[in-house]
Design a protein around this ligand. Structure first.
Ligand code: T3D
Length: 258
């Protein structure tokens, strides 16, 4: 099987690279299946995950040449439910923090995948493109869930209806992503951020992800209950004891992720 998703691991960090650079890493069924498998593997072997792209693009969304013959009357529902939903859930339900290191254009479902990650770091020359309406579709792969929550309804509507590229700096300014980084500093920056997550208090990072994501659907009462439950776990961890001891001893904490 050709490797459409590369898996590299070192020091608690799993780097997953979308690997069809000739077509801007456009997504195939093989790629979606390999992505789901890679997330499952990383969950067992790593403490943080980076998703990035090979070549000059991050991901151009669905491979439009891989949809079969005549498209008129085609039912895209099963494709989304059976192949895209598992990828989105692999990202959002992973207990590990996931960074999207957006090395170039992220279009269509490629933008949806990037924006579903917990932290998005983009190189300054990257753009985010809600390409869907250009081909007569709506944002999918979680796009209509994520976009309005990240940038508000007005901007989400404009991005989806006009399908214009949003530059990384503008994406940062409107809260669509965490940070845009000068091209020459991009690799070093995402690697440093990823190492921070891979060597830090893993239970707390996992708890932060669980609580923040749950807050999108919870009322305050439910959220307070969830915070208490998660904080009880974190409070009992070796990392909490180490963090407090390191503070009192005026030294750098050495976390074990448990
Ligand atoms: O159907 C369903 O419900 C399933 C889910 C669908 C969700 C979606 O993702 S729908 C949206 C699909 N994506 C797009 O519509 C984006 C199409 N691509 C573009 O608009 C542009 O290629 C980019 C803005 C991404 C990049 O532009 P540029 O000028 O930097 O590069 P390029 O020259 O257009 O692309 C380079 C090559 O990649 C080119 O191939 P060639 O001419 O060198 O042989 C191009 O055809 C290929 N490519 C780019 N995107 C796709 C693609 N091939 C297949 N599928 C693509 N999505």
């Amino acid at each position: 099987m050709s490797e459409e998703v590369l898996y590299q691991q070192s020091g608690g960090l799993a780097v997953l690279t979308l690997n069809r650079p000739a077509v801007m890493n456009a997504l195939t069924g093989t790629m979606r299946r390999q992505l789901v498998a890679a997330f499952a593997r990383a969950e067992k072997e790593a403490r943080a995950i980076v998703l990035t792209g090979a070549g000059r693009g991050f991901c151009a969304g669905q491979d439009l040449a891989d949809l079969g013959g005549s498209l008129e009357g085609v039912d895209l529902g099963p494709l989304l439910r059976e192949e895209y939903d598992p990828v989105l859930k692999a990202i959002t339900e992973s207990p590990l923090p996931v960074i999207a290191a957006v090395n170039g254009v992220a279009a269509g479902a490629g933008a949806s995948l990037a924006l579903a990650c917990d932290v998005v770091i983009a190189t300054e020359s990257a753009v985010f493109l809600q390409a869907f309406s250009k081909i007569g579709l709506i944002p999918d792969a979680g796009g209509t869930y994520t976009l309005p929550r990240q940038v508000g309804l007005a901007r989400a509507m404009g991005m989806a209806l006009f399908a214009e590229p949003v530059k990384a700096r503008d994406a940062e300014a409107m809260g669509l992503i965490w940070e845009a980084v000068a091209d020459e500093d991009f690799a070093a920056r995402w690697q440093a951020r990823a190492q921070h997550l891979a060597s830090g208090p893993g239970l707390a990072f996992s708890g932060i992800k669980q609580a923040m994501r749950a807050s999108q659907g919870n009322d305050l009462e439910a959220q307070l209950a969830l915070e208490a439950e998660i904080q009880a776990r974190c409070g009992a961890s070796a990392d909490f004891a180490e963090g407090v001891a390191a503070f009192l001893e005026k030294r750098k904490a050495v976390f074990q992720g448990r």
